[in-house]
Design a protein around this ligand. Structure first.
Ligand code: AFP
Length: 334
């Protein structure tokens, strides 16, 4: 395949689908450049003084890593001057981030988890960045948190970067899913996979099995059937993976199928699962559906949810369509 850059891809996409207005193209290029900067910082590890705790907590009450804060700052600084955004929101910030008065505002709103998989930073396991793009409501003066609370079906773009053996950027603007690999020598994103499709069948699942005693019956039933393998009702053996970086598990699923689950469980009914709707579940659900997969809360389509809070959590079942539909059916039968 002739290798083309992210810029050329976006220009040609705009020419053929007219689906990427100039401001959205600028937004995507700026976020991609910020991910390049984050990849560079991540790659330094201990040599860059970026490992370890920042000795501060985020709105989730989680101890922040230095790279959580650094990645958040990189994305804020990269995006605030371009004139393409009305405001930003991040896992690492309690309230939305207004565009400084000295810069013009644009028609898009950017949400992100700047560094997903923080528990893996200090042990050199793949981590990533997740982002979601919404349109600002018409006639909005000063953005408020309520302006961000739009269902995932309203997203105009979504993507993630994985900082792993390769640094990749996976992107959708509603016309399928494409993957770009960072050419470190040239410093450019190069198109390496087009129109990615998730196999509808799979024999691989991802869940944090240490929580098994807390799972509700539909998940207990579904997982025990996978564990029963060939001798059980599924009639085939399954394999398990759990990286504890959603972006890395999702990238594997996008490439070879699988089902990723972070269910609600009995530990804390006020916290329905661990993943956040606005900047983790929604962008990943958009990508997964665009790649022919499915993404539900166990009972309903993630992208149909009407958000009520910026940092709300949601149970997540996503990946190979047939498996997601089966585990969702078990919830609906319960
Ligand atoms: P952190 O970014 O706080 O490490 O959370 C990562 C994550 O949101 C998601 O990327 C992982 O799949 C999941 O949490 C891992 O959760 P466990 O630590 O409970 O396995």
């Amino acid at each position: 395949m002739k290798r083309i850059s992210l810029t050329q891809y976006l220009v040609e996409e705009q020419r053929s689908h007219d689906s990427i207005p100039a401001e959205l193209r600028l937004l995507i290029e700026v976020v991609a450049r910020a991910c390049k900067t984050i990849s560079h910082a991540v790659g330094k590890g201990a040599l860059g003084e970026v490992l370890g705790s920042a000795h501060s907590e985020n709105v989730q009450g989680e101890v922040q890593k230095k790279l959580d804060i650094l990645s958040n700052e990189i994305l804020l600084e990269a995006n605030e001057w371009g004139g393409h955004l009305a405001a930003m929101a991040s896992e690492e910030m309690e309230t939305i981030h207004q565009i400084p008065h000295r810069y013009p505002k644009g028609e898009y709103m950017l949400l992100f988890d700047p560094l997903d998989g923080s528990s893996n930073i200090d042990v050199n396991v793949s981590i990533g960045t997740i982002f979601s793009v919404l349109k600002a409501p018409d006639g909005m003066a000063t953005p408020t948190e309520a302006d961000f609370l739009q269902p995932g079906s309203k997203q105009v773009a979504a993507g993630y970067a994985v900082y792993g053996p390769q640094t990749v950027l996976v992107l959708t603007t509603g016309n399928g899913v494409n993957c770009f690999t960072l050419d470190r020598e040239m410093g450019s994103w190069v198109l390496t996979q087009q129109q990615m499709q998730i196999p509808t069948e799979t024999a691989e699942y991802a869940i944090n099995a240490s929580n098994a005693r807390h799972w509700y019956p539909p998940v207990q039933r579904y997982i025990s059937e996978l564990e029963a393998g060939k001798t059980g009702p599924r009639g085939k053996d399954f394999n398990m993976r759990w990286i504890a970086s959603m972006v890395a598990d999702v990238h594997r699923i996008l490439n070879r199928g699988g089902v990723f689950m972070y269910p609600a469980d009995a530990r804390d009914p006020s916290k329905p699962g661990r993943l956040r709707l606005m900047y983790e579940a929604n962008p990943i659900a958009f990508i997964v559906e665009q790649a022919g997969g499915a993404a539900t809360t166990g009972t309903e389509r993630i992208m149909d949810l009407q958000p009520t809070q910026l940092h709300q959590r949601v149970p997540v079942f996503l990946g190979s369509k047939n498996e997601v539909e089966l585990v969702t059916r078990y919830h609906q039968q319960a």
